[in-house]
Unconditional design. Structure first.
Length: 529
């Protein structure tokens, strides 16, 4: 691949280097946790190491350590080692409880805060209210620790594990409940309820897992409480802190703002700054619940570390730690080979489930095997992947729709199967794209293997892990005998059509909204730019 410009953070959402730990310090912590078989904490420390600004080529030990643990857990093991039926249960219980402690000790959400805009004016006090849009989603730290363990647990869980909850991470795995609801160092949310038969029960829920699930009896609340203030260009507070409870509203408001501060805000010389994050926990008391945030009135709270570079606010337009982690995770997955005759470089393998999930934060296949080709995606999904990967590497996206390049799958929700919306391809862009059918077939014809007339295209379960056979003379794997692959091409009329390729065959695929379990793709970049 061509040299990629490194991401540089600007603005006031960065942690002071005085308090930030270095790559080597995080790596040492990860190794210590590994020696103690505290696998969730090891994942977290490796995550922190990958999230530092250390050069990617120097992060190999953290990348390898993280992936080794991740792959073991994804396979259903509670860590690295050998387990019998009894130790499998015991170590999974230990892992879940450790994960609850870890999840209760860190902010698990990504918070995005927009620009300040003027709201109501109070002429009696000569002050103003300013508002900013605020949104949230499960963050990169959650996806790279708790989510990994949750997916592995789904594979490992057995019905006779009566002392462990099937629906983890929603329900707490600890059996030592108490009135304080600080359970073995993990904070939980408890609520009395009735089961289907009217029997009274107390539900013990992991406080960090809130708002991801609907329980049939009630909607679970958000328990993260964030505090923000407004600072000037030098980081000096000009407006006192304001709290915002997760999902409380779609905006945060600051009132009592004087004309002097209004001038600073209107001239772009102030920023919203994250001050603190608290996790509310304890037992719900209906008497306290009078609407809004009153239900947490008598809750104890735990203050969590505030890593300001993990918030998207001010001039920080993305979660810097998450950005570095994604780049680290992609380091060994986005391996391209040059095909000089075509003036392109092509991904060595089909896009794997692992690569797709890191970029798109989802895996549409139910049969998880992260080294197999991704499938069950439409042509539009592949286009969105290409643009998103280009954005991650700070390259110019190739595709645009309705004049914008920041496209998402939601843009195509209303496209009917036989419609062909105006996707525009910018051939001067240096980002990732689908190969044309001709590019793909030329690259495939150099394969060392032979194509059998009796070989039929695969189904999802017939695909296999990538790079298990010999590569062709270009160094490309699986050009024969694995998944179909989406391509792009044009007719003589100038209209483009979509096709899928398999071995030395191509098939025009007019119903491009289809999501076939056996259709994946690989990516290319032009070398002429």
């Amino acid at each position: 691949m061509k040299k990629i410009v490194r991401f540089v953070l600007i603005g006031f959402c960065s942690v002071s280097t005085m308090f930030a730990q270095s790559y080597s310090e995080y790596l040492a912590k990860a190794k210590k946790y590994e020696s103690q078989k505290k696998w969730c904490y090891a994942l977290g420390a490796y995550y922190d190491a990958m999230g530092t600004d250390e050069l990617l080529e120097n992060k190999q030990e953290a990348i390898t350590g993280f992936n080794t643990i991740k792959n073991e857990i994804y396979s259903g093991n509670p860590g690295i080692g050998k387990f019998n039926q009894f130790t499998m249960h015991d170590e999974w219980k230990n892992l879940l409880i450790d994960a609850e402690k870890y999840g209760s000790s860190n902010n698990m959400y990504e918070i995005t805060i927009g620009e300040l805009t003027q709201g109501d004016l109070d002429y009696s006090t000569r002050t103003a209210t300013y508002n900013a849009e605020i949104s949230y989603q499960k963050g990169s730290r959650y996806n790279n620790t708790i989510k990994i363990i949750a997916e592995g647990y789904k594979i490992a869980y057995k019905e006779d594990w009566k002392d462990l909850p099937e629906k983890w991470p929603l329900y707490s795995a600890s059996s030592q409940k108490n009135n304080i609801y600080n359970v073995n160092g993990a904070f939980v949310y408890a609520r009395d309820s009735r089961d289907y038969y009217g029997k009274e029960e107390t539900l013990y829920l992991n406080a960090f897992a809130m708002f991801d699930n609907d329980i049939w009896r009630y909607k679970t609340p958000g328990l993260y409480d964030y505090k923000f203030n407004i600072v000037d260009e030098n980081g000096k507070e000009v407006v006192k802190g304001k709290r915002w409870l997760l999902a409380e509203s779609k905006q945060i408001s600051f009132s009592g703002i004087t004309p002097e501060v209004m001038d600073l805000i209107d001239n772009g010389k102030t920023f919203i700054n994250p001050v603190a994050c608290y996790l509310e926990y304890g037992k719900f008391n209906s008497v306290d619940d009078k609407g809004g945030r009153t239900f947490i009135k008598n809750f104890p709270e735990a203050q969590l570390p505030t890593k300001k570079e993990e918030y998207i606010c001010g001039k920080n337009k993305e979660n810097k730690v998450a950005k570095n982690v994604v780049l680290s995770s992609l380091y060994n997955l986005v391996k391209m080979v040059k095909i000089d005759s075509l003036e392109i470089e092509m991904l060595k393998t089909e896009v794997t489930q692992d690569l797709y999930e890191i970029v798109m934060n989802e895996n549409p296949l139910k049969d998880y095997d992260r080294n197999k080709p991704i499938g069950n995606i439409s042509w539009y999904d592949a286009i969105c992947f290409c643009n998103r990967l280009s954005e991650i590497y700070e390259l110019i996206p190739v595709y645009s729709f309705n004049g914008k390049k920041n496209i998402s799958k939601k843009d195509f929700d209303d496209i009917r199967p036989y419609e062909f919306p105006a996707i525009v391809r910018d051939l001067t862009a240096d980002g990732f794209r689908l190969p044309t059918e001709q590019e793909w077939l030329i690259a495939a014809n150099n394969n060392l293997a032979s194509f059998s007339e009796e070989y039929y295209p695969p189904t999802e379960k017939e695909t296999h892990s990538v790079a298990q056979t010999e590569p062709n003379t270009y160094g490309l794997y699986d050009m024969f005998g694995n998944a179909y692959e989406w391509t792009w091409d044009t007719k003589k009329s100038g209209d483009f059509y979509r096709s899928i390729v398999f071995g030395d065959r191509s098939y025009i695929k007019e119903i491009i909204t289809n999501k076939d379990l056996s259709i994946g793709f690989r990516i290319v970049r032009s070398l002429t730019n």
